[in-house]
Design a protein around this ligand. Structure first.
Ligand SMILES: Nc1nc2c(ncn2[C@@H]2O[C@H](COP(=O)(O)OP(=O)(O)OP(=O)(O)O)[C@@H](O)[C@H]2O)c(=O)[nH]1
Ligand SMILES: [Mg+2]
Length: 431
């Protein structure tokens, strides 16, 4: 191709591009003129003086264009922000309040130190209570019910071998010796009497026996009878006392109840700080004193505040660290004395928090506290982190105490009033 031909074709292409854009510009200016004429005509109809009609039309177009541009910018920014949130990594340690760690005698509230990052999951549809329970019990279910299913499917009737293996499975899932014996005896009796051999029917039979055992000690916490209702929360270090109190405060507040929290764990300032974080989240007042102060003095002030402010519920956090049973008893006696003097019949509930992951050790703790201070109910936490969920069955049968709440995760709604029906259904649901 000749040089002049090349230049000619470049010139032609530019010319056609230029013609296209000038055509567009001409068209747009024609539309603009039409819009201006239309606006002017309307302003004339609305009685705008002739010399201001054109100005008003231009102002209207200017305003409309500005709004349009702003809308476009807003949409762009919103889209970018949404994309940024999907991609943003989160620190695992940021999820909840400080995690309490224990090393020898030193106590510290651990900073959210691990820089572990996890991708933020796509927002999922909120889980129903049942689904939460089901997923919280997943580990126990596969360790307990999964093994039981395998046992029943491979068995040829209810014989000694099957019963011994069933016993072993129940004990491994921390159902406790006494509870396991009760369950196995009842199961054997029912299977024999009703001549049950089919694996599915055996499964249903065991499920019914566990449900019956759990139903023996059902008693949800009823806070309505007293105003204020005083709930004292006790338990050893790190079992989840403060977290449970925080969740309860939020749940009661949502129900429209007025809550006051007392930080009677004065062993370390961080304990009261942790409670304050929950208080701020919920908008609940936290009564606290300086580190090392007398817990009974905090209880006194919290009780006074609860009465003065007409609170429905006062929840007292206590220290998990008391070296001997004598110390524990002395401390508790003092707290009982102070609370009882300020509020009739207080505390109305002494709820012991037990960590399900500690298995049989939790039962030992429970017996100690029961002897020392008189427990009236149990909150069983961290069921989601263990295959030892059989604990929930053991508590009622071994201690004769009602499980008031179960913790199946770190979220506020993961603390649930204990419902044996739902618990057993979720545990036995086929996965
Ligand atoms: N997965 C899971 N974690 C829980 C549950 N309940 C509490 N935790 C966690 O257990 C840890 C200890 O909880 P805290 O509430 O500080 O325990 P505490 O009994 O007050 O401890 P001290 O104040 O040291 O006596 C925290 O990281 C909580 O988030 C639960 O139901 N499931
Ligand atoms: Mg605490």
């Amino acid at each position: 191709m000749q040089w002049s031909e090349l230049m000619e074709s470049v010139y032609q292409s530019w010319r056609s591009v230029g013609e296209f854009f000038s055509g567009v510009l001409v068209q747009m200016s024609q539309w603009l003129q039409q819009v201006i004429a239309w606006l002017v005509a309307h302003y004339a109809q609305w009685g705008v003086p002739a010399e201001q009609q054109l100005l008003a039309a231009y102002a209207t177009i200017y305003l409309a264009a500005t709004v349009l541009v702003l809308l476009l910018v807003w949409r762009l920014v919103r889209r970018r922000r949404q994309r940024g949130q999907k991609e943003k990594p989160t620190k695992v340690g940021e999820v909840g309040p400080g995690v309490v760690e224990e090393e020898g005698e030193a106590e510290t509230v651990a900073e959210p130190s691990e820089e572990i990052t996890a991708p933020v999951e796509e927002p999922a549809a909120p889980l129903s209570l049942y689904d939460r329970m089901r997923s919280g019990l997943a580990k126990t279910s596969s360790a307990l019910v999964g093994r039981i299913d395998t046992l029943f499917t491979g068995a040829s009737g209810v014989n000694q071998e099957l019963l011994e293996e069933l016993e072993e499975i129940l004990i491994t899932a921390d159902c406790g010796m006494k509870t396991t014996q009760m369950l196995v005896d009842a199961f054997q009796k029912q299977a024999k009497e009703n001549k049950v051999t089919d694996p599915e029917a055996l499964r249903e039979l065991l499920k019914a026996e566990i449900r019956a055992l759990l139903n023996l000690n059902v008693a949800p916490l009823a806070v309505e009878g007293h105003a204020p209702f005083v709930l004292m929360v006790i338990g050893v270090n790190g079992v989840g006392k403060t977290t449970t109190i925080g969740k309860l405060a939020q749940q009661f507040t949502r129900q429209g109840k007025k809550v006051i929290l007392g930080a009677a764990d004065t062993f370390r300032a961080a304990a009261a700080d942790q409670l304050e974080v929950w208080g701020e989240r919920t908008g609940v007042t936290v009564i606290r004193h300086a580190e090392g102060a007398d817990p009974a003095a905090v209880a006194f002030d919290a009780a006074k505040a609860a009465v003065a402010r007409k609170a429905d519920i006062m929840i007292l956090d206590t220290a998990g660290r008391l070296h001997t049973k004598v110390n524990l008893m002395e401390e508790m006696k003092k707290l009982y004395r102070v609370l009882g003097r300020e509020i009739d019949g207080a505390p109305h509930e002494t709820m012991l928090v037990l960590d399900a992951t500690t298995g049989q050790n939790a039962l030992v703790q429970a017996r100690l506290f029961q002897e020392a201070v008189g427990v009236t109910g149990i909150a069983l936490t961290k069921l989601d982190g263990t295959a030892k969920g059989g604990m929930a069955v053991a508590i009622g049968a071994e201690l004769g105490l009602p499980v008031r709440y179960v913790g199946i995760g770190e979220g506020v709604d993961d603390l649930r009033p204990f419902d044996p029906e739902m618990f057993v259904d979720a545990l036995f649901e086929k996965r």
